[in-house]
Write a protein that binds this ligand. Structure first.
Ligand SMILES: Cc1ncc(C[n+]2csc(CCOP(=O)(O)OP(=O)(O)O)c2C)c(N)n1
Ligand SMILES: [Mg+2]
Length: 376
């Protein structure tokens, strides 16, 4: 990929960058409405690429994540979940859009804000909720909690707490696929604050140099904990950082699930056919605080409201209804089914046992410790 081609790829996505993407404290309703109308038209023009059932499935996955996260917040506040808990509300179109462009055996690796990715990869709400509760039936046997969801059978490689720590690991997974001669690709997710870590730059350099089938997905929600992107980064146009490595890149509207899917599909093709990496900057926004313990005093209510107007689920349901792909009743039924599914996951978690004390000594080393040897 030449620098010129990479520039062209970015320029395509850049058309969709909103003029109101910077933090501010007043809502210009007229501009917002105009931008939302344009966003809806862009989304509608993409609807024809998928069958109605596939479109409705995207809606179902997004609403399942939303309802799951709302419930997680509720049970966390009720003291049922210990440790950290980072919610994905507002960012659903990113996990759902990107993962919908994958094959089942492709790899996914991400940060601690991963409940949504885990659900979109096909993990059950039960296995995730039980993990949040620290129960033995959780996907990591109750030993990982919110930041450590894993499912080897689905090639879901976690759930990582160190900012940027998963980027070299994802690069390694992509290296393994190439080395073993498979055509699997890896989606490696991280937040925009992780881009300032050396591990990001080392990984991109290596991936382009060695031609690794890794798609680097920066979920730019514009804040790293309480620090805004403006205060932390000299070059804020993250997709352009790929130029330093002559890597293909795109800027993508993360509130449009179909735009996300299309950009990912282009990157997947490049990775699967030619072992070429891509950097996608997907602009999004988290509606909740950084974690459940964040009161969020660094943002104005007006700013949050502005982004809530751009809610990816609101946008997609409006497009589906206006284009007569689904009606309101049908979408409400799907919502009710998802709520029920989430309720069942809570019941499952509540009724599951905590891990047995002996479990303290398992899953620590590749060669398990023999507890009887400890007594000698
Ligand atoms: C190496 C490292 N430094 C600092 C932290 C503390 N920390 C946890 S999350 C976070 C912000 C990361 O923001 P971003 O990458 O934008 O992801 P987001 O939380 O917005 O999804 C920080 C600084 C950490 N976990 N690891
Ligand atoms: Mg962030």
């Amino acid at each position: 990929m030449s620098k010129q081609t990479a520039e062209k790829a970015t320029a395509v996505g850049a058309e969709e960058q909103s003029s109101t993407d910077v933090a501010d404290n007043k809502v210009d309703r007229a501009t917002l409405q105009r931008e939302q109308a344009a966003a809806k038209e862009r989304q509608k023009s993409r609807l024809g690429a998928l069958e109605p059932e596939a479109l409705i499935e995207l809606y179902r996955q997004m609403i399942l994540i939303r309802r799951f996260e709302e419930k997680a917040a509720e049970v966390y506040s009720a003291g049922k979940i210990g440790g950290f808990c980072h919610l994905y509300i507002g960012q659903e179109a990113v996990a759902v859009g990107t993962l919908s462009a994958l094959r089942k055996d492709d790899y996914v690796i991400t940060s601690y804000r991963e409940h949504g990715h885990a659900l979109a990869k096909g993990m059950t709400p039960e296995s995730i909720m039980a993990e949040l509760y620290g129960k033995a039936t959780g996907c990591s046997k109750g030993k990982g909690g919110s930041m450590h969801m894993f499912d080897k059978s689905l090639n879901f490689l976690g759930g990582h707490g160190i900012v940027g720590g998963q980027i070299p690991l994802g690069t390694g997974a992509a290296f393994a696929s190439k080395y073993q001669g498979t055509d699997q690709v890896t989606l490696c997710f991280f937040g925009e604050a992780a881009v300032n870590q050396g591990a990001f730059h080392e990984s991109l350099n290596m991936a382009q140099l060695w031609k690794l089938p890794c798609i680097y997905i920066c979920e730019n929600n514009q804040y790293g904990m309480g620090t805004s992107l403006e205060r932390a980064m000299s070059l804020r146009d993250i997709s352009k950082k790929a130029y330093a490595y002559e890597m293909a890149s795109e800027f993508v509207d993360g509130m449009d699930v179909l735009a996300v899917r299309e950009a990912t599909a282009r990157a997947v093709e490049r990775a699967r056919k030619d072992y070429l990496p891509t950097l996608l900057e997907i602009r999004t926004y988290r509606f909740m605080g950084h974690s459940m313990s964040d009161p969020g005093n660094y943002r104005t209510r007006a700013e949050i409201e502005k982004y809530q107007e751009r809610d990816p689920i609101k946008l997609f349901s409006a497009s589906l209804i206006e284009e007569k792909i689904a009606d309101e009743k049908q979408l409400k039924e799907i919502d009710a089914e998802c709520r029920k599914q989430v309720e069942e996951s809570v019941r499952f978690a509540e009724e599951s046992p905590f891990p047995a004390p002996e479990e303290l000594y398992t899953d620590i080393y590749a060669n398990p410790i023999d507890p009887s040897a400890r007594k000698q």
